[in-house]
Design a binder for this molecule. Structure first.
Ligand code: ATP
Ligand code: MG
Length: 176
Protein backbone atom coordinates (compact mmCIF):
# COMPACT_ATOMS: atom_id res chain seq x y z
CA UNK A 1 0.00 0.00 0.00
CA UNK A 2 1.32 3.42 -0.92
CA UNK A 3 -0.07 6.58 0.60
CA UNK A 4 -0.56 9.19 -2.10
CA UNK A 5 -2.37 11.97 -0.35
CA UNK A 6 -3.18 13.22 3.12
CA UNK A 7 -5.97 15.73 3.62
CA UNK A 8 -6.71 17.43 6.93
CA UNK A 9 -9.32 19.86 8.15
CA UNK A 10 -9.66 21.12 11.70
CA UNK A 11 -7.06 18.61 12.89
CA UNK A 12 -4.87 20.08 15.64
CA UNK A 13 -3.00 23.11 14.23
CA UNK A 14 -4.31 22.43 10.67
CA UNK A 15 -7.47 24.49 11.07
CA UNK A 16 -7.78 25.30 7.35
CA UNK A 17 -8.08 22.43 4.88
CA UNK A 18 -4.64 21.15 3.91
CA UNK A 19 -3.93 18.80 1.03
CA UNK A 20 -0.56 17.07 0.89
CA UNK A 21 0.44 15.03 -2.11
CA UNK A 22 3.01 12.37 -1.29
CA UNK A 23 5.13 11.51 -4.31
CA UNK A 24 6.92 8.15 -4.65
CA UNK A 25 10.34 8.11 -3.02
CA UNK A 26 11.52 9.90 0.05
CA UNK A 27 9.49 12.79 1.46
CA UNK A 28 10.91 15.15 4.04
CA UNK A 29 8.90 17.55 6.16
CA UNK A 30 10.90 20.49 7.43
CA UNK A 31 9.92 23.55 9.41
CA UNK A 32 10.51 25.44 12.64
CA UNK A 33 9.60 24.05 16.05
CA UNK A 34 5.88 23.87 16.61
CA UNK A 35 4.89 24.29 12.95
CA UNK A 36 3.01 20.97 12.89
CA UNK A 37 5.42 18.31 11.59
CA UNK A 38 4.55 15.81 14.31
CA UNK A 39 0.86 16.69 13.95
CA UNK A 40 1.01 15.41 10.37
CA UNK A 41 2.31 12.01 11.43
CA UNK A 42 -0.31 11.93 14.16
CA UNK A 43 -3.02 12.69 11.60
CA UNK A 44 -1.89 9.64 9.65
CA UNK A 45 -1.98 7.40 12.73
CA UNK A 46 -5.29 8.87 13.85
CA UNK A 47 -7.01 8.20 10.52
CA UNK A 48 -5.71 4.62 10.73
CA UNK A 49 -7.63 4.23 13.98
CA UNK A 50 -5.31 5.32 16.79
CA UNK A 51 -7.44 5.53 19.92
CA UNK A 52 -5.03 6.43 22.65
CA UNK A 53 -5.29 10.16 23.45
CA UNK A 54 -1.95 9.94 25.24
CA UNK A 55 -0.14 8.77 22.13
CA UNK A 56 -1.79 11.70 20.33
CA UNK A 57 -0.37 14.01 23.04
CA UNK A 58 -3.81 14.88 24.35
CA UNK A 59 -5.94 14.24 27.44
CA UNK A 60 -9.06 13.19 25.49
CA UNK A 61 -9.88 12.19 21.95
CA UNK A 62 -11.51 15.56 21.18
CA UNK A 63 -8.16 17.25 21.78
CA UNK A 64 -7.31 16.52 18.14
CA UNK A 65 -9.91 19.12 17.11
CA UNK A 66 -8.53 22.64 16.50
CA UNK A 67 -8.83 24.27 19.92
CA UNK A 68 -8.80 27.90 18.78
CA UNK A 69 -6.26 30.68 19.12
CA UNK A 70 -6.45 34.33 20.16
CA UNK A 71 -7.68 35.26 16.70
CA UNK A 72 -9.61 32.16 15.59
CA UNK A 73 -12.46 30.30 17.26
CA UNK A 74 -12.25 26.57 17.92
CA UNK A 75 -13.66 24.12 15.40
CA UNK A 76 -16.45 21.63 16.01
CA UNK A 77 -14.95 18.79 14.04
CA UNK A 78 -11.72 17.38 12.67
CA UNK A 79 -11.42 15.27 9.55
CA UNK A 80 -8.47 13.43 8.04
CA UNK A 81 -8.47 11.58 4.75
CA UNK A 82 -5.86 9.12 3.51
CA UNK A 83 -5.78 8.33 -0.17
CA UNK A 84 -3.74 5.21 -0.81
CA UNK A 85 -2.97 2.89 -3.67
CA UNK A 86 -3.25 -0.80 -3.01
CA UNK A 87 -1.01 -2.92 -5.17
CA UNK A 88 -2.61 -6.35 -4.81
CA UNK A 89 -2.56 -7.52 -8.40
CA UNK A 90 -3.94 -4.43 -10.10
CA UNK A 91 -3.42 -1.03 -8.49
CA UNK A 92 -6.57 0.15 -6.78
CA UNK A 93 -7.26 3.42 -5.00
CA UNK A 94 -8.77 3.46 -1.53
CA UNK A 95 -9.82 6.47 0.52
CA UNK A 96 -10.12 6.23 4.28
CA UNK A 97 -11.74 9.10 6.17
CA UNK A 98 -12.04 9.57 9.90
CA UNK A 99 -14.08 12.39 11.34
CA UNK A 100 -14.67 13.41 14.95
CA UNK A 101 -17.29 15.86 16.15
CA UNK A 102 -17.44 17.44 19.58
CA UNK A 103 -19.78 15.36 21.73
CA UNK A 104 -20.46 12.86 18.94
CA UNK A 105 -17.29 10.74 18.71
CA UNK A 106 -15.59 9.33 15.62
CA UNK A 107 -16.96 7.98 12.36
CA UNK A 108 -15.07 6.19 9.58
CA UNK A 109 -15.63 5.88 5.85
CA UNK A 110 -13.91 3.71 3.26
CA UNK A 111 -14.50 4.88 -0.31
CA UNK A 112 -17.49 6.92 0.87
CA UNK A 113 -19.19 4.06 2.75
CA UNK A 114 -19.74 4.22 6.51
CA UNK A 115 -17.71 1.47 8.16
CA UNK A 116 -16.67 0.31 11.63
CA UNK A 117 -13.32 1.18 13.21
CA UNK A 118 -12.53 -2.52 12.94
CA UNK A 119 -12.92 -2.46 9.14
CA UNK A 120 -10.33 0.31 8.94
CA UNK A 121 -7.99 -1.59 11.27
CA UNK A 122 -8.34 -4.72 9.09
CA UNK A 123 -7.72 -2.80 5.87
CA UNK A 124 -4.43 -1.45 7.17
CA UNK A 125 -3.43 -4.65 8.99
CA UNK A 126 -3.81 -6.64 5.75
CA UNK A 127 -1.54 -4.09 4.08
CA UNK A 128 1.03 -4.66 6.85
CA UNK A 129 0.57 -1.20 8.26
CA UNK A 130 -1.71 0.63 10.72
CA UNK A 131 -1.76 2.98 13.66
CA UNK A 132 0.69 0.77 15.56
CA UNK A 133 2.85 -0.18 12.61
CA UNK A 134 6.57 -0.23 13.39
CA UNK A 135 6.96 1.76 10.16
CA UNK A 136 5.61 4.80 12.01
CA UNK A 137 8.40 5.73 14.37
CA UNK A 138 7.43 8.42 16.84
CA UNK A 139 9.60 9.98 19.51
CA UNK A 140 10.65 7.43 22.12
CA UNK A 141 9.68 4.47 19.92
CA UNK A 142 13.26 3.24 19.41
CA UNK A 143 13.69 2.98 23.17
CA UNK A 144 10.35 1.17 23.46
CA UNK A 145 11.43 -1.50 20.93
CA UNK A 146 14.65 -2.12 22.84
CA UNK A 147 12.85 -2.33 26.19
CA UNK A 148 9.88 -4.41 24.89
CA UNK A 149 9.10 -7.83 26.36
CA UNK A 150 9.49 -10.76 23.92
CA UNK A 151 5.70 -11.07 23.47
CA UNK A 152 5.40 -7.39 22.64
CA UNK A 153 8.27 -7.62 20.21
CA UNK A 154 6.59 -10.60 18.52
CA UNK A 155 3.47 -8.47 18.08
CA UNK A 156 5.57 -5.79 16.34
CA UNK A 157 7.06 -8.42 14.02
CA UNK A 158 3.63 -9.86 13.25
CA UNK A 159 2.33 -6.44 12.32
CA UNK A 160 5.37 -5.86 10.12
CA UNK A 161 4.74 -9.25 8.45
CA UNK A 162 1.10 -8.35 7.78
CA UNK A 163 -0.46 -11.24 9.71
CA UNK A 164 -1.97 -9.14 12.52
CA UNK A 165 -5.27 -9.10 10.61
CA UNK A 166 -5.44 -12.89 10.87
CA UNK A 167 -5.42 -12.71 14.68
CA UNK A 168 -8.28 -10.21 14.63
CA UNK A 169 -10.30 -12.51 12.37
CA UNK A 170 -9.52 -15.59 14.53
CA UNK A 171 -10.69 -13.77 17.67
CA UNK A 172 -13.79 -12.71 15.80
CA UNK A 173 -14.50 -16.31 14.73
CA UNK A 174 -13.93 -17.65 18.27
CA UNK A 175 -16.51 -15.25 19.68
CA UNK A 176 -19.26 -16.48 17.38
P1 ATP B 1 9.04 20.21 16.80
O1 ATP B 1 9.99 20.63 15.73
O2 ATP B 1 9.25 20.96 18.08
O3 ATP B 1 8.94 18.73 16.99
P2 ATP B 1 6.55 20.13 15.29
O4 ATP B 1 6.71 20.77 13.95
O5 ATP B 1 6.58 18.65 15.35
O6 ATP B 1 7.59 20.77 16.32
P3 ATP B 1 3.92 19.87 16.37
O7 ATP B 1 4.23 19.22 17.67
O8 ATP B 1 3.42 19.00 15.27
O9 ATP B 1 5.19 20.69 15.87
O10 ATP B 1 2.86 21.04 16.54
C1 ATP B 1 2.67 21.64 17.75
C2 ATP B 1 1.70 22.77 17.57
O11 ATP B 1 0.39 22.28 17.34
C3 ATP B 1 1.65 23.65 18.82
O12 ATP B 1 1.75 25.00 18.43
C4 ATP B 1 0.29 23.35 19.39
O13 ATP B 1 -0.28 24.46 20.02
C5 ATP B 1 -0.49 23.01 18.15
N1 ATP B 1 -1.69 22.20 18.47
C6 ATP B 1 -1.74 20.94 18.96
N2 ATP B 1 -3.00 20.55 19.16
C7 ATP B 1 -3.78 21.60 18.80
C8 ATP B 1 -5.19 21.83 18.78
N3 ATP B 1 -6.08 20.90 19.19
N4 ATP B 1 -5.62 23.03 18.34
C9 ATP B 1 -4.76 23.98 17.94
N5 ATP B 1 -3.43 23.83 17.93
C10 ATP B 1 -2.93 22.65 18.36
MG1 MG C 1 7.75 17.26 16.41
Amino acid sequence: MQIRRLRLSGFKSFVDPADLRIEPGLTGIVGPNGCGKSNLLEALRWAMGENSPKSMRGAGMEDVIFAGTGSRPQRDFAEVSILAEQVAGEAEEVEVVRRIERGAGSAYRINGRDVRAKDVALLFADAATGAHSPALVSQGKIGAVIAAKPAERRQMLEEAAGIAGLHVRRKDAEQR
